[in-house]
Design a protein around this ligand. Structure first.
Ligand SMILES: Cc1ncc(COP(=O)(O)O)c(C=O)c1O
Length: 493
């Protein structure tokens, strides 16, 4: 085979406009080697012929050749020319021209048995292209977040940060942020703790993941509120917990039922301030009953206070943690709903005896949280902007639930009974004419609204059909528009 033939047969793809030409040529020649259009030991086309054929400068061709040589695809024999290396493992050959497997189609066999178990039913959070959509339930009012102020604080912090902040940080989190959080939770939900008990996390979700990894052994029983927060269930199930759905009534998780179902459970997950998704507050009796059980069973309690700050009537309720005398409550908080989702910063308040283990675990997983983001947040809190923002949002969200309720009473009468919730960023609407909230959801989503069926959050204990409606992130006009679309959707069966 002549040099020219070898070259002619290569059928290289044309360069795409954006690529460096040397990189294009290198990629094409490498592909030709890997799928054996250029066989092991064959002589490579000369740089001169390639540059003539493709109108490339010699320098471009030489650069591509140098890269192939550096990566071991070719070898050069002085005075003789460049040859395809003969020692490329079979497995690599013919690897490049196979059609790429589309994302998301990994065969089941590629995923461990354990992961197959815990990945089933997991819905990956969408990355929305807009904010303020009715009735998105996972967003605070991002349009009202004071971005200029945040940017000013950020720029000052970044300019003044000592160089040491650009090095590794503490696995437990940036100390001034931990101090600021200890002060804030001490003042508002009344959590008693020192800064040393606080571990900064990437939102509630990482706290749940860490707790699940460290405190749950495969096969342990774990109480979950039913209906309850799916992502908590998923994080806990992930380490092999046997989930025990425990029913909820108007006083919160029914402790007696939990005791009956799994008296020796290892852990209980609760949202006492504003039960997700029913919106009830756990009564004092239930709190004490839960704590008594945990102390006697040597169990842990996760207190997830994701939106406790948003209470529109009265003051925020005191945390369960404040009543805990046996050190079994792990208080979990998040800034994703108090400030904005993308921040992905949250925290947990641990009993002292757990702190070292969680710190070590955090350092295995990702060393430490991003220090500069924490420094900005710490400054935002200590300068008083955080408190101010919460007060402002409390007022705005109280207005928004009023708008939603008023519009619903007017236009959804007999179709959807919207709860005038006194807390949180979302509420429920009880369906009056639909038997299946999943069918109703489908209908409503077709008209462009974001709602979820209540049944999505139940495991064992069925609830009447209802829709979850987020209201905090939508302005009044969007809420009213949403209500009128809801009316159309729910009327048409
Ligand atoms: C019950 C519950 N906990 C916690 C969170 C917040 O989770 P994260 O901090 O991971 O965003 C949410 C958000 O919707 C929630 O509904």
């Amino acid at each position: 085979m002549s040099k020219e033939e070898t070259f002619q047969d290569l059928s290289l793809n044309s360069p795409s406009g954006q690529q460096d030409l040397w990189r294009w040529l290198y990629t094409e020649l490498r592909a030709a080697i890997l799928d054996r259009r250029l066989k092991p030991g064959a002589r490579m086309p000369s740089t001169r012929s390639l540059s003539a054929q493709y109108s490339l400068s010699r320098g471009t061709v030489v650069a591509a050749f140098e890269q192939l040589q550096a990566e071991g695809y070719t070898r050069t024999e002085v005075g003789s020319g460049t040859y395809v290396a003969s020692g490329i493992p079979e497995g690599f050959l013919s690897a490049t021209r196979k059609p790429a497997t589309p994302v998301g189609t990994a065969s089941k066999a590629a995923i461990s048995k354990h992961a197959q178990q815990f990945l089933k039913d997991v819905e990956v959070m969408p990355a929305p292209h807009s904010v303020g959509k009715a009735f998105r339930s996972y967003e605070p009012a991002i349009d009202l977040f004071p971005v200029d102020l945040w940017a000013r604080v950020a720029s000052r912090v970044l300019r003044r940060a000592p160089r040491s902040l650009y090095g590794h940080g503490d696995a437990a989190g940036y100390q001034p942020l931990r101090r600021a959080i200890a002060e804030y939770v001490g003042a508002s939900p009344g959590v008693r703790c020192s800064a040393e008990q606080i571990i900064i996390t990437s939102g509630t979700q990482q706290a749940l993941d860490l707790i699940s990894r460290l405190l749950v052994t495969m096969g342990d029983h774990v109480w979950m509120e039913d209906p309850g927060y799916l992502r908590a269930l998923q994080a806990l199930r992930n380490t092999g917990a046997r989930i025990v759905p425990v029913p909820v009534d108007e006083d919160g998780l029914i402790v007696k039922a939990g005791r009956k179902l799994a008296p020796k459970a290892k852990l209980a997950y609760v949202t006492p301030a504003n039960q997700f998704p029913m919106g009830v507050t756990m009564s004092a009796d239930r709190r004490l009953e839960l704590l008594r059980w945990a102390a006697s069973a040597n169990a842990w309690i996760i207190e997830d206070e994701y939106d406790a700050e948003y209470r529109y009537a009265g003051r925020p309720v005191a945390a369960l943690q404040t009543l805990d005398s046996s050190g079994c409550v792990i208080y979990v908080g998040t800034f994703t709903k108090m400030l904005f989702n993308a921040l992905r910063l949250g925290f947990m308040v641990l009993p002292e005896r757990l702190v070292d283990a969680f710190r070590s675990a955090r350092s295995i997983i990702d060393l430490h949280p991003p220090t500069l983001d924490q420094a900005i947040l710490a400054e935002f809190i200590t300068e008083g902007h955080f408190g101010h923002h919460l007060r402002r949002m409390r007022q705005i969200y109280a207005e928004r639930i009023d708008v939603l309720k008023t519009a619903a009473d007017e236009h959804l009468n007999g179709l959807l009974d919207v709860v005038h919730t006194g807390a949180g960023i979302r509420t429920l609407g009880w369906l009056k004419t639909w038997k299946s909230d999943r069918d109703a959801t489908q209908k409503v989503r077709k008209l462009g609204l974001e709602v979820s069926p209540l049944s999505m959050f139940t495991v064992k204990y069925e609830q009447p059909p209802a829709l979850m409606l987020g209201f905090a992130g939508c302005n009044p006009a969007e809420l009213r528009r949403g209500v009128s679309i809801l009316a159309t959707a729910l009327r048409a069966r």
